[in-house]
Design a protein around this ligand. Structure first.
Ligand code: GLU
Length: 497
């Protein structure tokens, strides 16, 4: 394969769709597989959509996913600038070249003229392509109007009745006719290019060899093909990725949960779990097909890079199964070493934690204690975002729970409960600390206490768990007690006596 250069070209809208991460990941993987470059270009030619801080979101999300560009406005590279608003002179030059060649023209329609055109088109209920009344205006005349200060745009001059055949590496052969395509704007009156001009010029000048983008760009293909032709440039390979669907049908919907990439991160999904899930939305491993490894679902980014090829993409629309993603995330959380699990959580708190008190509590508890707390949660949580709530009882005295609400406890008499608590406290006060006795010794001791008061062992454990943690669900009792330590446990049990 020739030198591979791919790009991700988001518009800085402040919102990076999770599907955009899939697109970026495919582009990244292809470049890495072939020792090429992955570049990031910011497509900010629509100034009406300018959003403060939007570029930061893009860079930060890509970084968190490990999809760091080799070239970009922030990473350098010799094919820049990599932000379209910094390339206006380039687009102007190429647009004017097209005008000189007769592939584009200066156009002067007023807002009223365009509105009238739209009105007629709608009244006729016909979908016909826009043909500008200025497309055949002699160039000399157009230039005179411009010199006189008339506002203008540059439009692409669509030839009549020309068939266009386009080979997409994923979607296959497509046919278009120029009769369906507008004399579209290439350069706007504010001097900014439209997407169509900018994307063609930039992909060429940045020597992009492969373009991954969404199927929503398919209708623009004829414009792009004609631009490449007019410039005499070779086209990159294109793969238009199918739309990701909601299980309920239609586009992935916000009503059912997160859609933006950083929302998923904020909800406590691990980047590597998300990437693995996204890989499989439209790709299957060739090894799986060759060796019948049909069950294989886990792929690290490295596995993926080693295998990824456009020919293994699937053109049917993948369904975004949120339960499956949650399952992946849980699997990934459980597979982390304890150290990495702690790291993942602390990174998450740094990035997305918004509870300042909780953050201070973590600092005050110190890394060792926090690590002990977290390790007990590793097999229990499905996302990192569930963790802060599960740790609350370590830091804040939990509310008391009514025994009538707990199955194992509601038939106990007050004397039985008090007996269990008193005997346990007596035992605790005989020990220097919780950890000076092994868990087995504690467990045996609680069983003996339970028997003494004619209570099932499970009920005695439950009564202690509730007093200490405020919940019938907690990590193993004695591990929790070791972290809470003697004084706190005593105070919490006292409240029930
Ligand atoms: N700026 C376009 C978008 O955000 C990029 C399309 C492309 O990749 O060519 O959808």
């Amino acid at each position: 394969m020739n030198h591979v250069r791919t790009r991700f070209a988001p518009s800085p809208t402040g919102f990076l769709h999770i599907g955009g991460v899939r697109t970026a990941m495919y582009a990244f993987a292809l470049a890495k597989r072939h020792g090429g470059q992955f570049l990031l270009r910011v497509e900010d030619t629509d100034q009406t959509r300018f959003v403060e801080g939007a570029e930061d979101v893009i860079f930060s999300v890509l970084d968190q996913f490990g999809l760091t560009p080799d070239e970009s406005d922030r990473h350098g590279g010799d094919k820049g600038p990599y932000r379209q608003s910094d390339r206006l002179d380039i687009y102007k030059k190429y647009a004017e070249q097209l005008v000189e060649q007769g592939d584009a023209f200066y156009s002067f329609e007023s807002k009223e003229e365009l509105a009238e055109h739209r009105r007629v088109a709608e009244a006729n209920k016909e979908r016909f392509a826009y043909r500008s009344p200025y497309r055949d205006l002699p160039l000399e005349e157009a230039k005179k109007r411009i010199a006189a200060g008339d506002e203008y745009v540059i439009r692409q001059k669509m030839p009549a009745g020309q068939g266009i055949i386009f080979e997409d590496a994923l979607q296959g052969t497509m046919k278009f006719t120029t009769d369906d395509v507008d004399d579209g704007i290439l350069l706007k009156s504010d001097g900014f290019p439209t997407y169509h001009l900018a994307v063609v010029v930039d992909d060429h000048l940045m020597e992009v060899s492969h373009v991954f983008r969404g199927v929503e760009w398919i209708p623009s293909i004829p414009k792009h093909v004609l631009l490449y032709k007019a410039f005499g440039w070779e086209m990159p390979v294109f793969a238009h990725l199918s739309l990701i669907l909601d299980p309920g049908g239609g586009k992935l919907s916000k009503r059912k949960g997160a859609v933006a990439a950083d929302e998923f991160l904020k909800e406590g999904y691990l980047p590597q779990a998300l990437l693995n899930f996204l890989m499989l939305l439209g790709w299957s491993s060739p090894q799986e097909r060759e060796h019948g490894e049909s069950e294989r679902e886990f792929f690290s980014m490295q596995d993926f890079v080693e295998q990824f090829d456009i020919s293994d993409l699937n053109k049917s629309s993948p369904v975004f199964n949120r339960e499956k993603l949650l399952w992946f995330n849980q699997q990934y959380l459980q597979q982390l070493s304890p150290d990495l699990f702690v790291r993942a959580f602390t990174d998450w708190v740094d990035h997305y934690g918004d509870d300042e008190t909780f953050k201070q509590q973590l600092v005050a508890a110190g890394p060792e204690k926090v690590q002990n707390m977290l390790v007990l949660e590793q097999t229990r949580v499905k996302t990192l975002a569930e963790i802060p709530a599960t740790l609350q009882f370590y830091f804040n005295e939990p509310g008391t729970v009514s025994f009538a609400e707990v199955k194992q406890l509601k038939n106990l008499t007050d004397e039985q409960v008090a007996g269990v608590y008193r005997d346990f406290l007596a035992e605790l006060s005989r020990q220097e600390s919780v950890s000076s006795w092994g868990h087995e010794a504690w467990e045996q001791s609680v069983r003996t206490i339970a028997e003494r008061h004619d209570v099932k062992a499970g009920s005695a454990f439950m009564a202690l768990r509730i007093a200490v943690t405020g919940s019938p669900f907690s990590p193993p009792l004695f591990e929790v007690m070791e972290i809470l330590q003697k004084d706190t446990i005593q105070e919490r049990i006292q409240r029930y006596l």
